[in-house]
Design a protein around this ligand. Structure first.
Ligand SMILES: [Zn+2]
Ligand SMILES: [Zn+2]
Length: 343
C-alpha cells in the first residue's frame, strides 16, 4: 500500500482527496449548514409556515420533519462541487404530544466520499390565519337545513363529521341548531356545495342557492352564499290519499306539486298544505294483479304473487285498463282500487 502525505497538515494517509487528508479536505470546502433552524406549525390543522404562506401538511410528525428538511435546504449553502446527498430527521423531544425538537442528519457527498453533519430543528406553534378565522366564525357560505326529522338530522351529522376537517384544514366554522334543522357555516362555497350534494344523495331535498354582497374584503366585493335545503315532503311516484281521492305525485316544481287523480285521470296542482293533510299509501297495502276478464259488472283478477284469482266490482278499476294488463291493487279505507302498474 502506498503511503501519501496530506498537502496541508502532512498527516500520513492511505487515501487522499485532492491531495488532502479527509479532514483537511472537508475543512477546505465552503460549507454553511445552520446548527439550528426554526419552523412554525399550526397546532390546529398542522400546516406549516413556508415564507409567508401556510402550506397544508399531512400528519403532524410528517409535517414537522418535512418542514425542517425544507428549511435546512433553504438556509444551507455548500460549495458547488459538493452535494447534499440526504437529510434525515428524527423527532427528539415532545411537549404534550407535540414535537418540539428534531434531530437532523445531513449527508454531504463528493464523489464516493461523504460526511455527516448534524443540525437541530426547533418547532414553534402558532395558529394559521385560516384556523384563526374559522374560530372567529368567518364564513363564505351558510347552509340552512330545514324540515328535517331526527333520522335525517343524524344523517346530516354524520356528513358534518367528514367536513369539519378536510385534508387537514377546517371547513366548518359554526354549527347552530334550529327547530327541525340547523345552520352550518362553511369557509368556502365549494365545500358548502359538496356538503349539500352529499346530503341530497341520502335525503330527498329541494335546494335553493342565493348570494348577496356582504361587504368588502381585501379590496374587492365579498359575497356570502346561502344554500337552503328543504326536505321534500313528497317523492315522485308516491301514492297519497286526499279526502276520498287517490293521487299519484307526478312532479314537484318551485313549491308546486303536480298530481294525478288515479280514478278520474284529472291532473291537479297541490300545495304543501294539501300534502301535509294527505295520507301516504304504503307499499304494504298494494299488490300486483293481472286483469283476466270483465263480466257482469265484475272484473276477474289474478294475484300475481300468490297465483290466486278473485273478483272485484268493475268500478274499482282505473279507466282504460284492459284485459291482459298488469295493475296494482290498493286496499285502502275499506275500498279497493286497481290502477295501472307504476313503472
Ligand atoms: Zn490534512
Ligand atoms: Zn391552521
Amino acid at each position: 500500500m502506498m503511503v501519501m502525505f496530506c498537502a496541508k497538515c502532512g498527516r500520513k494517509e492511505e487515501v487522499l482527496i485532492e491531495n488532502l487528508c479527509e479532514r483537511c479536505f472537508w475543512e477546505n470546502k465552503e460549507i454553511k449548514i445552520p446548527r439550528e433552524i426554526g419552523i412554525t406549525i399550526c397546532p390546529s390543522c398542522f400546516s406549516y409556515l413556508r415564507g409567508k404562506r401556510w402550506v397544508k401538511g399531512r400528519d403532524l410528525e410528517t409535517t414537522v420533519i418535512e418542514g425542517c428538511i425544507n428549511e435546512i435546504i433553504k438556509l444551507s449553502k455548500v460549495q458547488r462541487d459538493l452535494k447534499i446527498a440526504d437529510i434525515k430527521g428524527k423527532i427528539e423531544e415532545y411537549s404534550n404530544e407535540f414535537p418540539i425538537r428534531v434531530e437532523l442528519r445531513i449527508e454531504l457527498s463528493f464523489g464516493e466520499f461523504s460526511k455527516i453533519l448534524e443540525s437541530r430543528g426547533i418547532i414553534h406553534y402558532q395558529r394559521c390565519n385560516r384556523c384563526i378565522e374559522a374560530s372567529h366564525g368567518k364564513y363564505d357560505a351558510i347552509v340552512q337545513i330545514r324540515g328535517f326529522d331526527e333520522e335525517a338530522l343524524s344523517t346530516v351529522n354524520s356528513i358534518i363529521e367528514e367536513f369539519k376537517i378536510m385534508n387537514g384544514r377546517p371547513e366548518i366554522s359554526e354549527i347552530k341548531k334550529v327547530a327541525n334543522g340547523m345552520d352550518v357555516k362553511f369557509m368556502s362555497v365549494n365545500r358548502a356545495r359538496l356538503f349539500t350534494k352529499k346530503i341530497s344523495e341520502r335525503v330527498k331535498v329541494e335546494i335553493k342557492e342565493s348570494a348577496k354582497i356582504s361587504g368588502m374584503r381585501g379590496g374587492s366585493i365579498h359575497y356570502t352564499t346561502t344554500i337552503s335545503i328543504r326536505r321534500s315532503p313528497i317523492e315522485i311516484g308516491r301514492l297519497i290519499c286526499i279526502g276520498d281521492g287517490i293521487f299519484r305525485i307526478l312532479k314537484t316544481h318551485g313549491g308546486r306539486i303536480i298530481a294525478e287523480n288515479l280514478e278520474s285521470g284529472e291532473i291537479k296542482e297541490l300545495d304543501y298544505k294539501d300534502i301535509e293533510k294527505s295520507l301516504i299509501i304504503e307499499e304494504s297495502s298494494m299488490k300486483e294483479v293481472l286483469l283476466k276478464s270483465f263480466k257482469e259488472g265484475k272484473v276477474e283478477l289474478l294475484d300475481v304473487k300468490r297465483g290466486q284469482c278473485f273478483e272485484v266490482p268493475v268500478n274499482s278499476v282505473q279507466k282504460g285498463l284492459k284485459v291482459g294488463e298488469f295493475g296494482i291493487l290498493i286496499a285502502f279505507k275499506d275500498r279497493e282500487y286497481i290502477i295501472r302498474k307504476i313503472l
